[in-house]
Every structure is written in structure tokens, then in C-alpha cells.
Design a protein around this ligand. Sequence first.
Ligand code: AMP
Length: 376
Amino acid sequence: MQPNKLLPGSTIGILGGGQLGRMMAIAAKYMGYRVTVLDPTEDCPTAQVSDHQILAKYDDLEAIKQLAEASDVITYEFENVDLEAAKYLEERNILPQGARLLKITQDREQEKQAVVDSGLEVPPYRIVSNVQEVEAVLNEIKVPCVIKTCRGGYDGKGQLKITEETSLEKVQQFVEQKGRCIIENWVPFNKEISVVFTRAITGEMTIFPIAENEHKDHILHTTSAPALISTVVERKAIESAEKLANHINVVGTFAIEMFVKGEDVYINEMAPRPHNSGHYTIEACNVSQFEQHIRAITGLPLVPISFHGGAIMLNLLGEELEKLMNQTAEIPAGHLHVYGKDSIKPKRKMGHLTMVGASLDEVKQRSKEIIENFYK
Ligand code: AMP
């Protein structure tokens, strides 16, 4: 399909006004687009860099219609967009990413099924819809395993690791509280990586260098690129991303988190939008995940990607941002991004810091002191 090309001067509507929307809007503004954001918080991070804000809840259909009227194309910065609203926008030919990607990524059961249907291997898993099913499923899926809510969990919220020591009652209680869940084998992985890529409406696809992620308390802490993986693992990760992307017809920037175990890769999670683990692309690549996303949804050709050679991105949560801001005048702290959130809270993603160089070794050497200072 040949897309209509929306040239700079057109208006991009963004559903959601957090940091991802903000970085999309900044990329769009650089290129000369106008931006309207829909978000219930006045002066939210995205509104601060946009032309216009519609102040309303995400599922307010009247406000969504208003956004559709004000925009030439619409995108979103999170996957929990109201499906009715997404279908409404898709029918009006204004949501090139479509509603299906949201439907899949809003639900871990659908997500797993999409991976399987793409012809990819997944560790054994079962769905439990009620307390009665838990015992039978735990006889099939061996411990250690993990139970996760099918909907609404993020940053490790809504999951419980099940070991020999975990009682049946505890797992049953989890299901009673959370509803439909997935129980899956625990993967003793060596690394967590992410493949962030952009796919155009035409099916053309560009893939950013694969990055390696470290989490702390289930929240992304550090991303480094390139991931230190074998060429076999790299090839498998890219092939998996391509298969999945083509199968579910991705449009825009998309992220897949994978576990690497030996020479095998397993898809864990996916996000139908730019991702925290792709922030390093802003300074470390000739085109960022955000700019490439804007190009995809406006029908512009994607830019072939080149990479400086090495990057480390550190997330700044509430407590870390305060520490850094106190000393930032004295240290050469890399590229600082502060998202403009209204209040600093512990564990809240407030900003990030990216260090870039010709190789990952060089960046590691240079950022050693910063990392030791701020991330003990
Ligand atoms: P998720 O919300 O699915 O991204 O899970 C959060 C984190 O929990 C992941 O980044 C992993 O570190 C860990 N985790 C989740 N599922 C598994 C699994 N099946 N095997 C091992 N670790 C897991």
C-alpha cells in the first residue's frame, strides 16, 4: 500500500502526554509538524512542547473525536488506549498503526498467541481464568515459573515468581485478586535485550542496534548498546522481530524485549510504541526512534540507520534526578533529558542520561565515575 504522505505543517495528534509523547512531539516539531496532545493533566510533559492540548481523560470519546478533528494523523504513547476509541480512529483512516496492535499488546494471552502464530518458540505457558484452574496448571508447568496478570501489569507490577516454597494458596489468592493470569516457565536467561525497530505502512523496516537492558526492582535501570551477543543470537533476534512484525503488520516504532539463554532467544514482552530502551538512539544514531516513528506514521520514507558505535543510557528515577541535579553543574554528565513532570516521586521515571562514544568500551570507561557516583 502506498501511504498518503503528510508533509510538515500537518498536525499530529498524540494520545497520552508523558515522556514518550514529549519526545515524539519534540521530533515532530523539529521536522515542522504541529502537535496536539490529549491528556487529563494540564501542562503535562508532552503539552509543554506541543502546540495545543485537549484536556480530557483518555477514554473520553467526545475528546477523542475532537482530537480526530484537530489532527491529520493520530498516534499514541502507551498501549492501554481505549479499544473503542482506537477502532473509531482506525475507521476514519486517521490511525495508521490500527487498533489490532493495541488489542494484542494490551493482553499477555493475545501477545503470546501472536508470537506462536508468527511461528516463534515460546517457553511453556498456560492461562488461568479462575482459582479452580490453578492446581491443574501448576501440575503441568513446572516450578520455577511466574504468574502474571494478563492485563495491566507493567514494571514488574502484577507478577509473582513461583518456586518450590510458594504455597498453592498464595497463587490462588493472586488469581482471586487479579483475575485472568498467565503462568509461564521461568527462563534462566543470561541477558535481557531489546530489539527496537520501525516499520512503515509499505512494510519497509529499519532496525536499531540491539540493546542490552538491566533492571533494578523491575524498572529499567540501564540500557547499553550494542548488546554484547553472538552473531547467532543477533541473527535470531532480528529474524524473530521481522517475523512478528510482518505477521501482526506493525506500523511505527515498536519494541520487543527478549531473553537470551545460551544461543536461544525468547520474546518476553512487546510495546507498540517507542520504548525506554530506545532512548539512546536520540544521540547515538543518525535518526532517533521518535523521528523514525513520526516518519512512519506520516508516510515519509524511513532513514537508513547508522550508529556512532557505543551508548549507555541511565534512567533517572525521582531520587536519582535530585542527586544529579544538585551536581550537574560540576560534572560532564552526558546528554541530560528531564521530562518536566509536575512532581518528583521515588521510582517515577523523571528523566534519563545518555553517554555516547565510538565504542561501548570507550563509553564505559568515560561514564564509570558517573555510574559509581549516582547508581550505588
Ligand atoms: P515483564 O513485566 O514480563 O517484563 O517482567 C518483568 C521482569 O521480570 C523481566 O524483565 C524479567 O527480568 C523478569 N521475568 C519476567 N518473566 C520472566 C520469565 N518467564 N523468566 C525469567 N524472568 C522473567
